[in-house]
Every structure is written in structure tokens, then in C-alpha cells.
Write a protein that binds this ligand. Structure first.
Ligand code: ADP
Ligand code: MG
Length: 294
């Protein structure tokens, strides 16, 4: 595979068309200290559309197989704010994976609208979606989809290289991610040699490699034991603290409890959409609560 990065793109991606809430780590630290000056305030209801990273209107996905129509997503309206961490739950077959695939442009919507930070994207071509994803979206598939003829290292470095990183930057990022996920020793291995849990962690590392504004993750802890789940959750929490927006399908209530909000799907529709009240952290916790309630 080519080791040279495409020229002319800033790395790491900063002010893409979708931007990132609050400008990153330093602001997250300031927020944790309770210093909310210069931090985006809760918007007035009329301004909500401007702060949504992702929203849908009457989104429908119908699969047609052998003349039979399967309505997998049936009129979903959701709005995800910049920097929000949303868990999607629901029984098997309720349309969770389909919704994620359509939101990431991996499957075309049948009807309805998808907006990404003010830009309507449901009509984009396959190539248009590919360009958007390369810069801005990380995707963790339920069944990993690792490239089998590449090493683990190359699987993780590829998205960063495609997004404009130099090979040195991509390698450094890959080393950090594999290290944090406890699989640094697998870098030279072929994905097929790894266990399901290891492949799942490689898939997450790959999705985070280009520091996407939006992470779409389909059951990223589905094959992990509790210690590996903790590693994955730490990484997701850090991505969230950096201002990345996360939409994550999960069956695990402990995983969902990390989110700001839980959306329950049933039969292709939103059955329930609940904000989780944050537990205040640190000595300034009370101030945070007052700020949230104010
Ligand atoms: P979940 O992820 O919640 O388990 P899915 O989104 O995978 O649900 O599936 C929702 C419905 O769509 C199911 O009835 C499933 O059988 C159907 N479905 C999913 N993918 C396809 C496909 N490629 N072709 C036809 N039907 C599909
Ligand atoms: Mg699924």
C-alpha cells in the first residue's frame, strides 16, 4: 500500500465543515474545572438546527429482496448535537444497524432527509459520501469489516493516510491507539489471526484513526470481556471529552450509561428518547449542575 499521504490537507483535521465542539482537549479540561467562559452555551430552541451535527427527517429505509419489501427504518426523526454522545438501543431486528449504515452513507436512504451540520447529504453520490466519511466519519461495523490482506497496522493507518496524515503521523496515531487498546503486539498480524474481541478493538482503532467529528459505532463492545470493555469505554470517553460526536449501538446498559442520551428503537421507529442526567464530576461538580439547570 502507498505510504505517501495526499497533499494539501491539514492534519489533524480541525475546522472541517462540521467542526468540533469547544475546540478540543483544553476546552474539555476547562469545562471539567467548571470554567464555562467561552464555552458554547445551551442554545435557545430556535437556534437548535445550527448546533445539530446530524439530524434526520422522516428517514425511511426499505430493503427489497426477492420481491419482498422489509421496512427496516420507518420514519425516524432524530437530532444529535455537536459533541453529544448518543446510545442507540433496541431489540434485535429493530433497525439499529440499518439506521447507522444509512446515516454513514453506506446504504442509500429510501426517503426522508439526512443533514450533517446544515448540509443536506441524503442525495450525495457514493463518491460524495466517501469523501465526507474519509475526513469526518469513523465507522465501527458490527462485523468489523477489516481488510484481510493487510496487517492490523495497515488497517489502522489507512484512514489517517487517506485523510491527509503523513506516514509518520499515521504510524504514531496507530501506535497510540493499539497501545491504549492493549493490542500493540498484534500490529504485524493479519486480522484473520486475531480473536473476535481483538478484531473488534482493531476496528475501533481504525475508526478513531482520522479523529472523526462523528463516530458511528455498531456494538463496539459486543465481543469483549469486561477488562477490554473498560479499555474501549475509556477511549470512547476520551473521544467524547475531545468534543467528538458519538452515535453508538449497544445492548449493554453499562455502556449506554456513559452516553448523554439513549434512543430506543422498536420496529424501525424511535420508541423512546431519553436524556441521561449527568453525575457531577470533581470539586466543581455543583457548579456544573447549576449551569445545566440554569
Ligand atoms: P438490528 O441491527 O437492530 O438488529 P437491522 O438493522 O440489522 O437490525 O435489521 C432490521 C431489519 O432489516 C431486519 O428485519 C433485517 O432482517 C432487515 N435487513 C437488514 N439488512 C438487510 C438487507 N441487506 N436486506 C434485507 N433485509 C435486511
Ligand atoms: Mg445490528
Amino acid at each position: 500500500m502507498s505510504r505517501s499521504a495526499p497533499k494539501g490537507l491539514p492534519w489533524p483535521p480541525k475546522e472541517g465543515p462540521w467542526g468540533q465542539a469547544g475546540g478540543g482537549r483544553r476546552d474539555a479540561a476547562a469545562r471539567d474545572r467548571g470554567d464555562l467562559r467561552g464555552f458554547p452555551r445551551r442554545p435557545a430552541p430556535s437556534a437548535r438546527a445550527n448546533t445539530a451535527l446530524l439530524s434526520t427527517s422522516k428517514l425511511v429505509k426499505v430493503y427489497r429482496a426477492d420481491g419482498v419489501a422489509v421496512e427496516a427504518v420507518r420514519g425516524v426523526d432524530i437530532e444529535v448535537a455537536i459533541g453529544e454522545f448518543v446510545a442507540i438501543m433496541g431489540p434485535s431486528g429493530s433497525g439499529k444497524s440499518t439506521l447507522l449504515h444509512v446515516l454513514g452513507g453506506l446504504e442509500p436512504a429510501t426517503s426522508g432527509e439526512i443533514w450533517l451540520r446544515g448540509q443536506r447529504v441524503d442525495g450525495l453520490s457514493t463518491a460524495g459520501w466517501a469523501i465526507l466519511r474519509r475526513r469526518h466519519v469513523g465507522f465501527v461495523f458490527q462485523f468489523f469489516n477489516l481488510l484481510s490482506n493487510m496487517t492490523v497496522a495497515d488497517n489502522v493507518e489507512l484512514p489517517a493516510l487517506l485523510a491527509g496524515a503523513t506516514s509518520r503521523q499515521a504510524r504514531k496515531r496507530r501506535e497510540e491507539l493499539l497501545d491504549e487498546l492493549g493490542i500493540a503486539d498484534k500490529a504485524g498480524a493479519a486480522p484473520a489471526r486475531l480473536s473476535g474481541g481483538e478484531q473488534q478493538r482493531v476496528a475501533l482503532a481504525r475508526a478513531l484513526a482520522n479523529e472523526p467529528s462523528l463516530l458511528l459505532a455498531d456494538e463496539p463492545t459486543g465481543n469483549l470481556d469486561s477488562s477490554n470493555t473498560r479499555d474501549v469505554l475509556r477511549l470512547l470517553r476520551r473521544a467524547h471529552d475531545r468534543g467528538q460526536t458519538i452515535l453508538m449501538v449497544t445492548h449493554d446498559a453499562r455502556v449506554a450509561s456513559l452516553a448523554d442520551r439513549v434512543i430506543n428503537l422498536f420496529d424501525g421507529m424511535v420508541a423512546d428518547d431519553t436524556k441521561i442526567v449527568p453525575i457531577p464530576r470533581g470539586v466543581n461538580g455543583v457548579r456544573d449542575v447549576l449551569e445545566l439547570r440554569g
